[in-house]
Design a protein around this ligand. Structure first.
Ligand code: ATP
Ligand code: MG
Length: 420
């Protein structure tokens, strides 16, 4: 142990567990990759102002959770707390929306930072894989994203998750609802902070997690009862498309994203084995966001799935991913000459695409074989001076335990055909 520890609210990803983490990332990305989404990577920090506008001045993320800093040059920056604002900023900056093939479909994967109260499933540094489809208003696009997230979770073997779905309406119908909700909320017994929220961001009050607040919200007006014809038709079409795909969801009329530029479709993936931090991912339409950050009108939809919580969800369901061993061949040299010869063999194997590793540090047979076992390699190649004098190495099948002498100059091809 050194003098230092990982900062509060963070943890290190360490082998062998890190392999599952990587596999989760890849499993979430795979359906996106094969559905026309291109990879995008943006900086780990952006101007504070981008998030203030793109996430929302009145959100917890912006008011409490952002890591902000002033550079030596005087710029106000923030470590990114989420992906959507950055991705949209980058797409606009590169004029992707002007290239004539809307929607622009992008996926990303990376680290995000929020100054939160750390607890299980809630960290100050966490990992998301996300997708954004920019510049099209089409219920099939909303449905596509929900179906792809479902596919990703199922490919990991997850079953105990639920998809909650709602519509937030649009410029037409939301203001009417907003007023009705404000009238209702003003009649409740709420603390001062929450009362202030009624004016700035009343929908967000519906998302309050406190029991005493939730109890009072039982009779609150619901957006579904206020949707205009266009929003209702749009939402019905999204639901019909998801249902036709065999994806099960639940209507949750209380599900909100509390900002004006979030519109229509909104959804959350929750896992029932995670306790308080049950949301594994969420997303929805944000038709007004582009304009909020100075771009043209670009109706868009996206989601972000949390990798950390998805890994916890796998644990909660008792799922161990079946990952192929990283190493196929492990070489154990006994003596100086064998070290040189087998090192060359390992190099050749690697160049020919066989995953191979080597016993370093001149260790004895017994301890080297332990490493060979731990590596998960299917074959071990052992050679000592006597073997080399005969021009052979010992090839051991770690599964059957059988061992045979193989000519040194034939061992690479032999291993390649055995592993093919
Ligand atoms: P919560 O309600 O749990 O705070 P959120 O609404 O802030 O979640 P989003 O901003 O929608 O979360 O982020 C999408 C996903 O990213 C979440 O569903 C979750 O899996 C993950 N996530 C968000 N914040 C954290 C965090 N602090 N630690 C770990 N994962 C997180
Ligand atoms: Mg949060």
């Amino acid at each position: 142990m050194s003098t230092f520890k990982a900062p509060k609210g963070t943890y290190d990803l360490i082998p062998p567990q890190s392999a599952a983490f990587l596999a989760v990332r890849e499993a979430i990305a795979a359906p996106l990759r094969s559905s026309g989404y291109g990879y995008i990577e943006t900086p780990g920090f952006e101007s504070v102002e981008l998030f203030a506008r793109g996430v929302g001045e009145s959100t917890d993320i912006v008011t409490k959770e952002m890591y902000t800093l002033t550079t030596k040059g005087g710029s106000e920056l923030a470590l990114r707390p989420e992906g959507t604002a950055s991705v949209l900023r980058a797409a606009l900056e590169a004029n992707l929306h002007k290239l004539g093939n809307l929607p622009v479909k992008l996926w990303y994967s990376g680290s995000y930072y929020r100054y939160e109260r750390p607890q299980k499933g809630r960290y100050r540094h966490f990992s998301q894989v996300g997708a954004e489809a920019i510049g099209a208003e089409d219920p099939a696009l909303d449905a596509e994203l929900i179906i792809l997230a479902d596919q990703a979770y199922r490919s990991l073997g997850l079953r105990n998750f639920r998809i909650l779905l709602n519509s937030l309406g649009d410029k037409e119908c939301r203001p009417v609802y907003r007023t009705a909700l404000q009238d209702f909320l003003r009649g409740l017994d709420l603390d001062e902070d929450t009362r202030r929220r009624i004016d700035i961001n009343p929908l967000r009050v519906l998302d309050d997690k406190r029991d005493d607040v939730q109890k009072q919200l039982v009779g609150a007006p619901l957006l579904v009862d206020y949707l205009c014809d266009a929003c209702r038709a749009y939402h019905d079409e999204v639901r019909a498309l998801i249902t036709a795909a065999g994806v099960v969801y639940e209507d949750d009329p209380r599900l909100v994203r509390g900002l004006d530029y979030y519109t229509r479709t909104t959804f959350e993936f929750v896992h029932d084995g995670l306790g308080a931090q049950s949301a594994v991912g969420g997303g929805g339409r944000y038709d007004g966001l582009s304009e909020m950050i100075g771009g043209p009108s670009l109706p868009s939809v996206g989601w972000a799935l949390g990798v950390d919580r998805t890994v916890l969800a796998l644990e909660a369901e008792g799922i161990t991913l079946e990952l192929p061993p990283a190493t196929s061949v492990f070489a154990v040299p006994l003596g100086e000459e064998a070290r040189r010869v087998l090192f060359a063999t390992v190099t050749e194997l690697r160049r020919k695409g066989v995953a191979a590793d080597f016993s370093y540090g001149g260790r004895g047979l017994k301890s080297a074989m332990k490493s060979a076992n731990r590596s998960g390699a299917r074959y071990t190649v052992v050679a000592g001076e006597r073997d080399l004098a005969e021009g052979v190495v010992q090839l051991k099948d770690m599964e059957s335990g059988e061992q045979e002498a193989v000519a040194l100059d034939a061992v690479v091809d032999k291993l390649r055909s055995l592993l093919a």
